[in-house]
Design a binder for this molecule. Structure first.
Ligand code: HEM
Length: 445
């Protein structure tokens, strides 16, 4: 999901950092390069480059007006080509077509990492995001390994976990008898506890998981500074150690969890130890902040739109509709990127082999051509076309049923238990491009 902006600089930066962590001179050089890259992007943004604006303040705090401009420009004269080197697709039709087109992938045409050198992610990307960074046939093989974790029987078990955890968390929040932060008290701990169940990791690791998940989620926008690179390295080292240990344990005593399946795959020769460690890591990263944002964005949107929270409180069975409308209206994952494996023409988009396209799912979800009155949050909306918040094609979100389940349980129980829930202060937004959602959301019951 990384945007791939100025990838050569990022690649050099990461290599430099990995080989000389803690070294002052290298840190200064790295800091200066990142600074230069950001300043270059900001200068483009100031000059009116709308794609660059998505990566910088103040525009990225509210990207929806920028998306509307990008859609209008695309309808008038084709997808916008940016000084960042990326072309952006913003309409529903083009986003869907690009995601489904097998002539595009997440790597370059010869299988190299999109960061420009080598074929492994270790030095090139601070975090190996497994499925998200590989194309078929590796992608197909690895995706098959993770699929059993989302089988209907497993989902029924996660529902029980989600209901029990949400009840406990809401009990604790209610006991405070005053304002509380909905993110810290519910939206963040719930997905961590559910993923702990998915991986069958004891609860005792939940806090460490949360810390790692936050750090790794922040990698989606690329590296910010030398200390950010070190933070990511600490998180990946910690996760590799934990998952390495768990794989050994499950090899000796297999269970029904996904780590046991992965251990079996290594033994059976269908995957390497590195591949399964990265896959376990992806499950934590992909399932954590995304779901936190879904819950936070839902409550925020309903509080900001008159009549919407009270409608849910009056009829909590609207929770699934609230989840779908939130995914459309304020998508927790805003965008992704793809690379052409040959010269392609897809509708109004023309791409040369190995050039990149920024795929704006959150813009597609506000396209008036398919969603009437798209800037209005409406629990009773008839879905004219499916939203694209879970992406599409080969990388369609593997955890979509789990995300929907968690969102539905959280919103339903919240509406039942705290029907008078209202804002208790200004939310603190996450400053990011790929992920969108409040970092803090003060509320009172
Ligand atoms: C509201 C919550 C969620 C949203 C909005 C979301 C969104 C996405 C998106 C947009 C992608 C594809 C990115 C691309 O095309 O480049 C993706 C992939 C993925 N998601 Fe989710 N996700 C959510 C929750 C989850 C959960 C709970 C899990 C599992 C624990 C999960 C696991 C995955 C995995 C494994 C992939 C990689 C699929 C592949 O590359 O084949 N996601 N997600």
């Amino acid at each position: 999901m990384s945007t791939g902006v100025d990838t050569a600089v990022l690649a050099t930066a990461r290599t430099t950092a990995a080989t000389a962590t803690g070294h002052l001179v290298e840190d200064l050089v790295l800091g200066a390069r990142i600074g230069a890259m950001r300043a270059g992007g900001y200068a483009l943004a100031l000059r009116g480059d709308r794609v660059a604006r998505l990566l910088h303040r103040p525009w990225r705090l509210d990207p929806y007006p920028v998306y509307a401009q990008l859609r209008a420009a695309q309808v008038a004269s084709g997808p916008v080509r940016s000084g960042t080197g990326l072309t952006a697709v913003a309409t529903h039709a083009s986003v869907e077509a690009v995601l489904r087109d097998r002539r595009l992938g997440v790597r370059l045409s010869d299988g190299r990492s999109r960061l420009g050198q080598g074929d492994g992610p270790s030095l090139m990307e601070p975090v190996d995001l497994s499925l998200l960074t590989v194309d078929p046939p590796d992608h197909t093989r690895l995706r098959r390994l993770a699929q059993p974790a989302f089988a209907p029987r497993r989902l029924a078990h996660y529902r029980e976990v989600a209901e029990q955890v949400t009840t406990e968390l809401l009990d604790a929040a209610a006991a405070r008898r005053g304002p509380f932060d909905l993110v810290a008290e519910l939206a963040s701990p719930l997905p961590i506890r559910v993923i702990s169940a998915l991986l069958d990791v004891p609860d005792v690791d939940a806090e460490r998981f949360a810390r790692w998940g936050l750090a790794l989620g922040s990698s989606l926008d690329g590296v910010r500074s030398p200390s950010h690179v070190r933070e990511l390295t600490r998180a990946t080292d910690g996760m590799r150690a934990l998952f390495g240990e768990l794989l050994e344990q499950r090899r000796a005593h297999p269970g029904e969890d996904v780590i046991s399946t992965l251990a079996g795959a290594v033994d059976g020769g269908t995957a390497t130890a590195d591949e399964v460690l990265a896959l376990a890591q992806l499950l934590l990263v992909a399932g954590f902040e995304t779901t936190t944002n879904l819950i936070g964005n839902a409550v925020q949107a309903m509080h900001r739109t008159p009549g919407q929270w009270s409608a849910l409180a009056a009829d909590p069975s609207l929770a699934p509709a609230a989840v779908e409308e939130t995914l459309r209206y304020d998508s927790p994952v805003q965008l992704t990127a793809r690379f052409a494996h040959e010269d392609v023409e897809i509708g109004d988009l023309r791409l040369r082999r190995d050039s990149g396209v920024l795929v704006l799912m959150a813009s597609a979800n506000r396209d008036p051509a398919v969603h009437p009155d798209p800037d209005r949050f409406d629990l009773h909306r008839e879905q004219a076309a499916p939203h694209l918040a879970f992406s599409g094609g080969a990388h369609y979100c593997l955890g979509a049923p789990l995300a929907r389940l968690e969102g539905e349980v959280a919103l339903r129980l919240l509406a039942e238990r705290m029907p008078r829930l209202r804002p208790a202060g200004a939310p603190v937004p996450r400053v990011a491009t790929v992920l969108r959602g409040p970092l803090q959301l003060p509320v009172t019951a």
